[in-house]
Ligand binder design. Structure first.
Ligand SMILES: Cc1ncc(COP(=O)(O)O)c(C=O)c1O
Length: 368
């Protein structure tokens, strides 16, 4: 992390016009009162030659690589590298076992089960609803418009005194489009709870990240992940960027060693190789354009929605029959035809050139 970034005062607090008045009224009382688990590594962080404080196996691991020691609970090195890449101080970064863990921790930190509610804007990523259900938190659904944009009036009507979180996914899964920036800013400036902007697909987007807006809005949480453009879905590492105050709460609530040693080591190695990731992003966008051009001339394709992500949403004459035709030939796409506002739609992830060619050849057979 450069000194410049280190000294940057990221958390500026609520501005004079925002109704957001800090976390005081938002946090669950039990979380406010919580004394977090204090691990052996929390209690002693200095240099020593003999560590007999964590009941580890001092002899090693039955592996070439030793994993007998607990990992860094605060993932300092990974955060320092992410800080350089993202231009955000490490203290404004939370790491989760996938961004799905960050989503769950937001529920557990801010939403009283059976009392509070959150707003989602379907069609959108399914885990917000699952996490709400797991945590017994009421969900309010305000459908996107026909253009897959926010219905700001509907959201304003849905907000009540117990609304703690609003989830906005941009670029949105499964529709692929980015949500209008001004609309998200309207929510940030007028909602006295937390606005979560999930940017899992931001590396593929023409829009810029909301991370820069953290200085402006104290009620903003930006989620990103290493599972998509970074090609590390199997390592399970997601990020939340937010004010120091929010990150402190999330760290207090998370399991002490939520990111394992192998994931930390491998993520650090991968984060040194941005060039490879950028090459793949360019290739994916090129492949996405080619796929759109070819698909749009096929008779069963009614519409292809503009995408800022590594997938496209395709409206077809008969999603079920095309889905089954592909499955029988070993090609799996996502059938979204039962999702509100996605009737007839298949969500297709952009593959390698060979995979995309195989998809096109197979769809041409269907067409015939
Ligand atoms: C919008 C969105 N957010 C979050 C996730 C989950 O990411 P992670 O693998 O980091 O848990 C996904 C995965 O598909 C997603 O589409």
């Amino acid at each position: 992390m450069s000194n410049e970034i280190d000294q940057q005062q990221l958390y500026s607090g609520p501005d004079g016009n925002s109704p957001f008045r800090g976390l005081g009224g938002l946090l669950r009382q039990n979380i406010k009162n919580l004394t977090p688990y204090s691990s052996a590594r929390d209690e002693f962080q200095g240099e020593a030659s003999v560590f007999l404080d964590a009941n580890e196996n001092a002899y090693g691991s039955p592996l070439v690589q030793a994993y007998n020691r607990y990992p860094d609970p605060m993932q300092y090195q990974v955060k320092m590298r992410l800080s350089q890449i993202k231009g955000v101080p490490a203290r404004n970064i939370f790491l989760g076992n996938g961004s799905d863990e960050a989503i769950d921790i937001l529920f557990r930190s801010f939403c009283n089960p059976g009392v509070d509610n959150v707003i989602i804007v379907p069609p959108t990523y399914g885990m917000y609803e699952v996490s709400a259900n797991i945590n017994d938190v009421k969900l309010k659904r305000v459908l996107l418009t026909e253009e897959y944009q926010l219905n700001l009036e509907g959201i304003a009507e849905a907000i009540d005194a117990n609304t703690k979180l609003i989830f906005i996914c941009s670029p949105n899964n499964p529709t692929g489009n980015s949500i209008n920036r001004d609309d998200i800013e309207t929510l940030l400036a007028n909602f006295n709870g937390i606005v979560v902007v999930d940017e899992a697909y931001i590396n593929y987007s023409r829009q810029k990240t909301f991370i820069q807006e953290l200085t402006e809005y104290a009620n903003l949480v930006v989620l990103q992940t290493l599972s998509k453009a970074w090609g590390l879905a199997g390592l399970r590492m997601g990020m939340a960027f937010a004010s120091e105050e929010i990150i402190e709460v999330m760290n207090k609530v998370k399991p002490p060693y939520n990111i394992n040693e192998a994931s930390q080591t491998l993520a650090l190695q991968a984060l040194a190789n941005i060039e490879q990731v950028n090459t793949w992003i360019k290739e994916t966008l090129q492949q996405r354009d080619n796929l759109v051009l070819t698909l749009k001339d096929m008779a069963f394709v009614l519409d292809i929605y503009p995408s800022d992500a590594n997938f496209i949403l395709v409206k077809t004459t008969d999603a079920n029959s095309i889905y089954n035709f592909l499955v029988e030939r070993g090609i799996i796409v996502r059938n979204r035809s039962k999702v509100e506002l996605c009737e007839g739609c298949l969500r297709i992830t952009i593959g390698t050139p060979q995979e995309n060619d195989k998809l096109i050849e197979t769809l041409q057979q269907y067409n015939a």
